[in-house]
Design a protein around this ligand. Structure first.
Ligand SMILES: *[C@@H]1O[C@H](CO)[C@@H](O)[C@H](O)[C@H]1NC(C)=O
Ligand SMILES: *[C@@H]1O[C@H](CO)[C@@H](O)[C@H](O)[C@H]1NC(C)=O
Ligand SMILES: *[C@@H]1O[C@H](CO)[C@@H](O)[C@H](O)[C@H]1NC(C)=O
Length: 476
C-alpha cells in the first residue's frame, strides 16, 4: 500500500514536471539547441551524479527515441547525423526537419529517480524569395507559428552584411525595399527574440543585374581574337532567372561611323541558355551555350569590320537590362610591303582606322632605337623615311592612353641590301669596256701614225723619181 502511494506520488511528480513546457522557435533547415535541465540542481551535476545519469530524448508522445546517453557514456539514436548531444547532454538538431516540430521530451534517470521535461518546437517561416531584378521592390515576411510568444516576440529583419550599403535593420515581421540595390543580394536574417531566447531564420536573396561594362573601349589588333564581355553580376540559378521572367536577349552591333544597328546573336532561354546566330549577321560570331554567368561574345576573329559598338541586352517581362562595349582595332600598314630594298622610301602607319581619332602611339624598333624620326614626343602615327639596313627587324607600335599600353602590334621590316656581286659585275664590266675602248683608241691611233709615216715616205720616193724631170739637173 505504501509502495502504491509512493508510486502514485512519483507519477504525480512526474506529470507535474511534464506540465511545464518550454517554447522554442526554429526554422526548417536551421539549427536549434534544447537545453537539458539539471534536475535537483547543481548536486546532480557533481561528477558522481553525472556518472550514473541516463538521458533520453524522445520525439512527441509516440516516445520515438531520438538520442540517449547512459552511464557507460555510450550514445545511441537512429539519426545521429541530425541529432547530437552537447557535453552537458543538451539536444542539438541540425538541420531541423518538418517532422521535428511539435513536442520533444527529455527524460533523465539517476538510479530509481526520474525527471522529465517537455519542449515545444514551433516554426519560424520566411517567404521564399524569387530573385528580384535590380530597381524592383524586394518584399520579405517572417511568420511565427501561433504560440504563447508569437504575439510578444520581437522580430527584426537584418540585411546582408555588406559594406557600402545603406540598408538598415527593420524591427518588423515585414520588410520592403523599393528600388532594390545590388547590395541587397545575400542572406537576410529574421531574428526572433522571445522569452529570453532567440531564433534566426535565413533566406537568400538574388538581385539580378548585369556586371558593369568596362569603362574603356576594348582595343585589339589584327590576326587575333577578341572577347566582348557581358555577364550577370552574380551567379544566379537558372530556375530563379526563369521565375523572374527572363524572356530572351540579344547582342547587337553598330559599326563605327554608321547608324545601322544589326543583331548578331539571340538568347534562347530554357534549361540551357544558348546564343543563336542571327540570320544574316555580318560578323563572324559563333553560336554557343551559355554556361555559368558568362554571356560574353567569345573568340571573335578580329577584322576591319568588327570596329564599333556592341550591346548586350537581356529582356525580362518587366524590365530590360543592357550594357554597351566599344571595340577598336589597331592596325599597322607598311607600304610598300616587305622586303624593301635599302634606300627606298617606306611609309609606316599605325592607327585605329577611319572614323576614329587615334590616341598617342609609340613606335619601337629593335635594332634602330635611335631612329631620327622617333626623337619627337609623341611619336607621329605615320612615318615616312628611306630605309637603312639598321631598320631591318622587328618593330612594334603601342597604342597609349595616359601612358598605359592599351594594345600593340608587332611587325617585321625586311630590308634587302643590293647584292655586292652586282656592283662587282658593274664595276668589272665597265672597267673592261673602258679598257677595250682605250685599247681600240690606242690601236686606231697607232695605225693612224703608221699610215702617216708610210705616206710621207712614199711621197719622198716619188719626189726622187720625179727629180730627174727637173730641168737643169738631168744627168745622162
Ligand atoms: C519557366 O517559367 C515559366 C513561367 O514563368 C514556366 O512555365 C516554365 O515551365 C519554366 N521553365 C523552366 C525550364 O523552369
Ligand atoms: C567569359 O569568358 C571569356 C572567355 O573564356 C573570359 O575571357 C572572360 O573572363 C569570362 N568572363 C567572366 C565574367 O567570367
Ligand atoms: C608615302 O606617303 C607619301 C605621302 O605621305 C606618298 O606621297 C607616297 O606615295 C607614299 N609612298 C608609298 C610607297 O606609298
Amino acid at each position: 500500500m505504501t509502495m502504491c502511494w509512493i508510486l502514485l506520488f512519483l507519477t504525480f511528480q512526474f506529470l507535474k514536471a511534464e506540465e511545464t513546457e518550454m517554447e522554442f522557435y526554429a526554422q526548417a533547415g536551421g539549427t536549434v539547441t534544447l537545453p537539458r535541465d539539471t534536475y535537483r540542481g547543481a548536486a546532480e551535476d557533481s561528477k558522481d551524479g553525472i556518472r550514473k545519469l541516463y538521458v533520453n530524448w524522445y520525439h512527441g508522445s509516440e516516445k520515438t527515441l531520438l538520442i540517449s546517453r547512459n552511464p557507460n557514456d555510450a550514445t545511441q539514436g537512429k539519426q545521429k547525423t541530425r541529432f547530437s548531444l552537447l557535453p552537458n547532454y543538451s539536444l542539438n538538431i541540425s538541420p531541423v526537419e518538418e517532422s521535428d516540430f511539435g513536442v520533444i521530451r527529455c527524460e533523465q534517470h539517476v538510479l530509481t529517480e526520474a525527471y522529465a521535461k517537455r519542449y515545444r518546437l514551433r516554426r519560424v517561416t520566411v517567404t521564399k524569395v524569387h530573385a528580384v531584378i535590380i530597381g524592383d521592390t524586394l518584399s520579405l515576411r517572417c511568420e511565427l507559428e501561433d504560440g504563447p510568444f508569437s504575439g510578444s516576440a520581437r522580430v527584426t529583419w537584418v540585411p546582408p552584411e555588406s559594406s557600402n550599403c545603406n540598408l538598415k535593420k527593420v524591427h518588423s515581421k515585414k520588410v520592403s525595399v523599393s528600388d532594390v540595390p545590388m547590395c541587397a543580394s545575400g542572406v537576410w536574417t529574421c531574428n526572433v527574440k522571445y522569452d529570453g531566447r532567440e531564433a534566426n531564420a535565413k533566406t537568400t536573396v538574388y538581385v539580378i543585374d548585369l556586371a558593369t561594362a568596362p569603362s574603356k573601349p576594348i582595343y585589339t589588333f589584327f590576326n587575333s581574337t577578341v572577347s566582348i564581355p557581358c555577364s550577370w553580376s552574380s551567379d544566379i540559378p537558372w530556375t530563379l532567372l526563369n521565375e523572374s521572367g527572363l524572356q530572351g536577349g540579344e547582342w547587337t552591333f553598330t559599326p563605327l561611323g554608321s547608324k545601322n544597328q544589326q543583331t548578331l546573336l539571340n538568347l534562347i532561354v530554357g534549361p540551357q541558355m544558348k546564343w543563336d546566330v542571327t540570320k544574316g549577321a555580318h560578323i563572324a560570331v559563333q553560336q554557343r551555350t551559355v554556361t555559368n554567368k558568362n554571356l560574353s561574345i567569345i573568340g571573335l576573329p578580329v577584322s576591319d569590320n568588327i570596329r564599333g559598338e556592341y550591346t548586350c541586352t537581356l529582356v525580362f517581362k518587366s524590365k530590360t537590362l543592357s550594357r554597351k562595349v566599344k571595340v577598336h582595332v589597331l592596325q599597322v600598314t607598311v607600304t610598300p610591303v616587305s622586303p624593301v630594298d635599302e634606300g627606298k622610301m617606306v611609309n609606316l602607319s599605325c592607327s585605329l582606322g577611319p572614323h576614329t581619332i587615334t590616341p598617342e602611339v609609340k613606335w619601337t624598333c629593335r635594332s634602330c632605337s635611335t631612329h631620327p624620326l622617333l626623337r619627337s614626343n609623341p611619336h607621329p602615327a605615320n612615318l615616312s623615311f628611306p630605309v637603312r639596313m639598321e631598320d631591318n627587324g622587328e618593330w612594334r607600335c603601342d597604342l597609349l592612353d595616359n601612358n598605359e599600353i592599351m594594345t600593340s602590334v608587332k611587325f617585321s621590316l625586311i630590308i634587302e641590301k643590293l647584292p655586292v656581286d652586282i656592283w662587282l659585275y658593274v664595276a668589272i664590266s665597265s672597267g673592261v669596256v673602258v679598257f677595250i675602248l682605250l685599247l681600240v683608241i690606242i690601236i686606231i691611233a697607232i695605225r693612224r701614225h703608221k699610215q702617216m709615216v708610210m705616206y710621207r715616205r712614199r711621197k719622198t720616193k716619188f719626189c726622187c723619181c720625179k727629180s730627174p724631170q727637173q730641168k737643169g739637173f738631168y744627168k745622162t
